[in-house]
Design a protein around this ligand. Structure first.
Ligand code: MG
Length: 261
């Protein structure tokens, strides 16, 4: 599978601290017209306190019609490229085992609603200074970035809630280390013509800790480090995957509801 590999995600120099205070209109920041991939001059989005999402109804157990991919028990719904899931479950929570490869769902999905909760443990020293990194991939192609930012900002299309390398989050709504974050993702898969050309692109809405950070954003192709996105025809349904970026990030309560089937 022609998947993105994030080996040099953080090779870009830091954005000067002055930009931290230079917030931009979120909708404008989602425009694709004037910024290059990983453009360090793109203003940081506003920071929003999401309140207390652990008490919000989207956290916790799955709806009755959901395909439950992880409910605290085991990794039977997952594998890695090497075979069995090489990650571990500790106290009902998935813990990334770095360098074992991405976690890949055994089932495949197209249009869907996806719920994932993630947390960066307190005291975790990230592999890269920008912050502990993972990612939720739709169809093993399209990454919603998982990142707990450190003190200095990184490029905005690599922040948590970004469609990696394409759309920064409308606002920064991530919670501190040690607290659980939630992603609720509405995904429309791309459609392809018989000749491999794009019939309709993928679209994605992301609600991050109860806050909309992507609003029916058009995905412009496979997400990748540094490269302009392009589409390559793929099956109508493909697995969901969670990125191993070398940091021991934790996950829980993962479920998906296929849509339009
Ligand atoms: Mg990532």
């Amino acid at each position: 599978m022609n998947r993105p590999r994030p080996s040099n995600c953080w090779s870009v120099a830091w954005l000067p601290a002055v930009f931290v205070a230079s917030v931009a209109c979120g909708q404008e920041s989602q425009s694709d017209s004037k910024y290059a991939v990983h453009d360090m001059t793109r203003p940081q989005p506003p920071v929003v306190d999401p309140g207390n999402p652990s008490t919000q109804p989207h956290a916790g157990t799955a709806p009755s019609d959901a395909v439950v991919l992880f409910d605290g028990r085991d990794l039977s719904q997952w594998r890695t490229e090497g075979g069995d899931a090489g990650w571990k479950v500790v106290d009902g929570v998935i813990e990334t085992v770095p360098h074992r490869g991405d976690l890949i769902s055994r089932q495949s999905f197209g249009d869907c609603q996806l719920h994932v909760e993630w947390m960066v443990p307190k005291g975790l020293r990230p592999k890269h200074p920008a912050g502990a990194n993972s990612g939720v991939y739709l169809m093993q192609q399209y990454e919603i970035q998982v990142l707990r930012r450190e003190d200095k900002p990184t490029y905005t299309d690599g922040m948590a809630g970004a469609i990696y390398g394409q759309h920064p989050p409308l606002v920064a709504a991530d919670l501190p280390k040690g607290e659980w974050n939630t992603y609720d993702i509405l995904f429309t898969a791309p459609r392809f013509n018989d000749d491999g050309s794009v019939k309709t692109p993928a679209y994605c809405t992301v609600i991050f800790n109860g806050v909309v950070v992507q609003n029916h954003a058009e995905i412009r192709g496979r997400t990748a480090v540094g490269d302009p996105p392009t589409y390559e025809k793929h099956p109508e349904r493909m697995p969901i995957s969670i990125q191993d970026h070398g940091d021991a990030i934790r996950f829980r309560n993962i479920w998906v509801r296929p849509l339009g089937e």
